[in-house]
Design a protein around this ligand. Structure first.
Ligand code: ZN
Length: 303
C-alpha cells in the first residue's frame, strides 16, 4: 500500500514518540523482530520457524568454523540489536558467552539443545567431552525447533500463532526427513555400515541411523595428511575391511586415488557437518544438508 507524505511524517513522529516511550513504532502484530543465531545451520532453523516475522542474523556463515571463531565488534552489535539470541550450547560456541557479556546486552539467550540427551566424544585419546553436534540427528533438530518456537513466542507473543504454525509445518518436514534417512541407511547391508572419516562431528548421525564412524589412524597431526599417514590409513582399511572413507584433510587427489586403488574402498565426496554450503550449493539448508550427507554415505557404501 502506498502512503502519502503527510501520513508518513505522522508515522515518523509517532515512531519517534514511541521510541522515547521505549515501544516499537509499528503495531505489535506487524513489527518484525531480529533474532541472532551463532552459526549457519541454526540460522536456517530459526528462519524456518520465524518466517516473515523474523529477520535472522547469523554470526558464523556458510562454510565457517563455529568452534574456533573470533567474534568481531560488529558481532557484539548484532547481539545488542537482536531481540533474542539462539545458541547451540553443549560447549560448541565457547566464545559466545564472552561476546554476550561484551555486548552489554540484556537480550534473552536461548540454548536450543536444552532437552536433548547429549553423547560423549573423544577429543584426545582417552579423553571424553560432550559432543556438541547434536543437530546431526533429526530427532534432536526437532527439539531445537521446539525451543526456537517457544523462545520466539516469549519475546514476541503477538506472533505466537505464526510461530506455532511455522514450527508445526517444519516439524512435519523433519518427520519425513527422519524416515527418509533411516530408510536410506537401512538399505545398506549391516556389515557394510562402517566409514573411516576425519569428521568427528557425525557421532549423533551414526548413533541415530546405525552407522559406525571410525577415526583414521594417523602418524602426523597437522591438518594435511602425509604419504606416511596414507600408508597407515590403507593398512587400517584393509585390516578392518572398511567399505568407504571420507577424508576431508586429504585434498591431494593422488593420495585419494592411491587409497581407492590400494584398498578398493570407495572414497566419498564432501560431507557437511558444522556449516551449511553457500546458497546454491548442495547443503544450502538443514534438510538439504541431511539429505546430501545420507546420499553421499549410502552411495559410497553401496558400491
Ligand atoms: Zn564440529
Amino acid at each position: 500500500m502506498r502512503r502519502c507524505k503527510t501520513s508518513r511524517r505522522v508515522l515518523l513522529l509517532a515512531g519517534f514518540a514511541a521510541a522515547l516511550l521505549g515501544r516499537p513504532a509499528a503495531t505489535q502484530d506487524t513489527a518484525k523482530i531480529t533474532a541472532a543465531a551463532t552459526f549457519s545451520i541454526l540460522g536456517d532453523l530459526v528462519r524456518q520457524v520465524g518466517g516473515d516475522r523474523v529477520d535472522v542474523v547469523t554470526l558464523v556463515g556458510p562454510d565457517g568454523d563455529v568452534h574456533v571463531y573470533s567474534p568481531t565488534p560488529g558481532d557484539a552489535k548484532k547481539l545488542a540489536d537482536a531481540r533474542i539470541v539462539f545458541v547451540n550450547g553443549l560447549g560448541l560456541e565457547g566464545w559466545v558467552t564472552r561476546l554476550v557479556k561484551a555486548s552489554g546486552t540484556r537480550t534473552p539467550v536461548v540454548t536450543v539443545s536444552n532437552g536433548i540427551t547429549a553423547r560423549k566424544m573423544e577429543d584426545a585419546p582417552g579423553h571424553l567431552v560432550i559432543d556438541p553436534h547434536a543437530w546431526q540427528s533429526v530427532a534432536n533438530a526437532k527439539i531445537y525447533v521446539a525451543n526456537i518456537r517457544d523462545g520466539l513466542a516469549a519475546v514476541d507473543p503477538a506472533g505466537k500463532a505464526t510461530y506455532d504454525a511455522n514450527a508445526a509445518a517444519y516439524l512435519g518436514k523433519l518427520d519425513r526427513l527422519e524416515k527418509e534417512v533411516h530408510a536410506a541407511i537401512a538399505r545398506v547391508p549391516a556389515d557394510r555400515r562402517r566409514v573411516i572419516t576425519t569428521h568427528d562431528a557425525l557421532g549423533y548421525f551414526g548413533d541415530a541411523y546405525g552407522l559406525k564412524f571410525i577415526a583414521p589412524e594417523r602418524v602426523s597431526t597437522d591438518s594435511e595428511a602425509s604419504a606416511k599417514d596414507v600408508a597407515k590409513i590403507i593398512a587400517q582399511i584393509r585390516r578392518e575391511k572398511i567399505p568407504a572413507v571420507f577424508l576431508e584433510n586429504i585434498t591431494d587427489p593422488r593420495l585419494m586415488n592411491e587409497i581407492a586403488r590400494e584398498t578398493g574402498a570407495a572414497v566419498g565426496g564432501t560431507l557437511y557437518s558444522d556449516a551449511l554450503s553457500p546458497p546454491g550449493g548442495p547443503a544450502a539448508n538443514y534438510i538439504e544438508m541431511m539429505r546430501h550427507n545420507a546420499r553421499e554415505l549410502t552411495k559410497a557404501l553401496a558400491r
